[in-house]
Design a protein around this ligand. Structure first.
Ligand SMILES: Cc1cc2nc3c(=O)[nH]c(=O)nc-3n(C[C@H](O)[C@H](O)[C@H](O)COP(=O)(O)OP(=O)(O)OC[C@H]3O[C@@H](n4cnc5c(N)ncnc54)[C@H](O)[C@@H]3O)c2cc1C
Length: 584
């Protein structure tokens, strides 16, 4: 079969905030950039971000980027790389102003400045009083950002391949990345895209869990593509469960609700966060609040007929504030819980939300892998956004820091590609076509009849049961074995009869395989880490253990191997923040 081929200077896979902010850097240059997205760009998950993006603008309360940096390092439970964190917190300020100039309609204060709300883990003066650092466009910040970035890209004549699915990276025999094999979803027509540099900006993998705030499209495709190309995934055990998903459903209720003055209560009406985090209370870091909710429910203080959730109270804020600052939340409550949050409290429970780990990169977006006793760059490959792990979030991400991460490092990756284009040029060859043909075999499956849906449901439930908020050796080892067995069953999924199978079903099968690779990376890394840190909580190893575990984990697909690498504790220009006990 002859394969169609296109050639670009840069190929960006993913049209969320990370991909679009990388692509827009090519505006007003002669470079040709292609953006591939499996959904129409403005349907990327970034559109769903509610609460806002952090930057120490000091519009509402005193603030500076150094405090933001401290909070991020502490929030990461000291596992974040301090050079990247410093870079991100400094860049936050110009990044938000750039968004403003690109047309993002931020909410405003009476004096005309950008509105900022309080979010969890934010402090003044290195751990002092609550700060207000999250810049918001009501509770639809991601929507505003993504639409503005899309418009800027249309103006810049970025070449979009909408509803194309990327299957695999193509590499040469020295491991350099030459581009990718993609497929037009409607026709099933494959296409090889050759590029001097390829950026993976494919977002997270929240669909590995049954109850999640993530969209159906968040299936970890880029992370799995990297794994198949021999790149390890870093810190995959650190998965964030957001404290307030709609109970039983998982849709997100932004932390902005608590930032505006909402709080959690148990069945006795007790404001229980006061017991778990006496200072920060409901605005403690997300991992802390999620564990508190699960503990309340486990100890019999849950609400509802089954005692399986807690309540988020915001009706006392008054209808006017709710309508002005949290209109989307009121709507979600009505649709998904049948509750008007202006009248009654919302039933909530932790929901799978965000992967701190991902494809290891440096702060220019270059993918970095261990080599001998040091590290090396994978030529031609970049990653940015939730798919990447530049390690600004370490073991736990602070709310409002992900939109920031995707924008800052999406931009950095775009600029680095642009500045180093010539260095990367390696053309595709015959072998590239062979690789593509090999990958295409997964499109036509020849098993003996398992359904994708059944297998997916079983897998996602297994992940929830065995790699959730609290994890023990026994639960996790059993989980890893079960997931490996499910992964084997992938071979039995059948999709060969072209007359009956829709392309969307084939895509679901490819996505499930990607999910399973991410799932096993997550579970195997979690089993390996014998300490509690940030979002990784092990009742059998309840303490953080800096002496042995102050290191990043690396999971390799080949042989399900785990390795480790040191944490970068040295910032770029300021003094480092040494590990301390993390209390809120
Ligand atoms: C409900 C919700 C609310 C949130 N609220 C906030 C918030 O208020 N503040 C904050 O900081 N963070 C928030 N987050 C987190 C943040 O929104 C995400 O981490 C971030 O938007 C991810 O951006 P991204 O560009 O990396 O990926 P995404 O926006 O997820 O985009 C991924 C892109 O990759 C494409 N893609 C994926 N796989 C393929 C493939 N195989 N082939 C082709 N294309 C592919 C998709 O089509 C899409 O265009 C929220 C997350 C959720 C789920």
């Amino acid at each position: 079969m002859a394969l169609n081929k296109r050639r670009f200077d840069a190929l960006i896979i993913g049209a969320g905030g990370a991909g679009l902010n990388a692509a827009v850097q090519f505006a007003n240059t002669n470079a040709r950039v292609a953006v591939v997205s499996k959904v129409f760009p403005t349907r990327s998950h970034t559109v769903a971000a509610q609460g806002g993006v952090n930057a120490a603008l000091a519009n509402v309360m005193p603030d500076n980027w150094h405090w933001h940096m401290f909070d991020t390092v502490k929030g990461s439970d000291y596992l974040g790389d301090q050079d990247s964190i410093e870079y991100m917190c400094r860049e936050a300020i110009p990044t938000v102003y750039e968004l403003e100039h690109n047309g993002v309609p931020f909410s405003r204060l009476d004096n005309g400045k950008i509105y900022q709300r309080a979010f969890g883990g934010q402090s003044q003066n290195f751990g002092g009083a609550q700060a207000a650092r999250t810049c918001a466009a009501a509770d639809r910040t991601g929507h505003a950002i993504l639409h503005s970035l899309y418009q800027q890209n249309v103006r810049a004549r970025t070449h979009f391949f909408d509803e194309y699915f990327a299957i695999d990276l193509i590499r040469d025999n020295e491991g350099a990345i030459l581009g990718a094999l993609v497929l037009e979803i409607e026709t099933g027509e494959p296409l090889l895209i050759e590029a001097k540099a390829t950026v993976l900006a494919t977002g997270g993998c929240g669909q590995v869990f049954r109850t999640t705030s993530n969209a159906h499209i968040n299936t970890g495709d880029g992370m799995a593509m990297a794994l198949r190309a021999g790149v390890p995934l870093m810190d995959m055990e650190f998965y964030q469960f957001h404290p307030t998903g709609i109970a039983g459903k998982g849709m997100l209720i932004t932390e902005g609700v608590r930032g505006e003055g909402g709080y959690l209560i148990n069945k006795d009406g007790e404001r229980f966060m006061e017991r778990y985090a006496p200072n920060a209370k409901d605005l403690a870091s997300r991992d802390v609040v999620s564990r508190a909710i699960v503990t309340e429910v486990k100890e019999g203080r849950g609400c509802g007929p089954n005692g399986d959730h807690v309540l988020l109270k915001l009706d006392h804020l008054g209808e006017e504030i709710i309508q002005k600052r949290l209109p989307g939340i009121r709507e979600s409550g009505k649709i998904f819980a049948g509750v008007d949050a202006a009248v009654e409290p919302l039933p909530v429970f932790p929901t799978a939300h965000y992967i701190m780990g991902g494809i290891p990169t440096d702060r220019y977006g270059r993918v970095i892998v261990p080599h001998g006793s040091g590290e090396e760059v994978v030529p031609g490959l970049y990653a940015a956004g939730e798919a990447a792990c530049v390690s600004v979030h370490g073991a736990n991400r602070l709310g409002g820091n992900s939109l920031l991460d995707i924008l800052v490092f999406g931009r950095a990756a775009g600029l680095h590609v642009l500045d180093n284009m010539e260095e990367h040029h390696r053309p595709m060859n015959e072998d590239s076509v062979d690789q593509a043909m090999q990958s295409l075999q997964r499109w036509d499956r020849k098993g003996d009849g398992l359904s994708v849906r059944e297998l997916r449901d079983e897998f996602r439930k297994t992940m929830e049961d065995h790699a959730g908020v609290f994890r023990t050796e026994e639960i996790m080892s059993e989980g890893v074995e079960k997931i490996k067995a499910l992964r084997k069953k992938m071979d039995d999924v059948v999709l060969t009869d072209h007359s009956k199978v829709f392309n969307t079903a084939r895509i679901e099968a490819l996505e499930l395989q990607n999910l399973m690779d991410c799932g096993i990376a997550l579970a195997a890394s979690a089993l390996a880490r014998k300490e509690s840190r940030g979002a990784h909580s092990r009742p059998d190893y309840p303490d953080r253990n800096d002496a042995e575990w102050m290191k990043h984990s690396l999971y390799y697909l080949e042989g399900d191997r785990i390795d480790f690498k040191p944490v970068q504790t040295k910032p770029l220009t300021v003094d480092s923040f040494p590990p301390k006990e993390r209390v809120y």
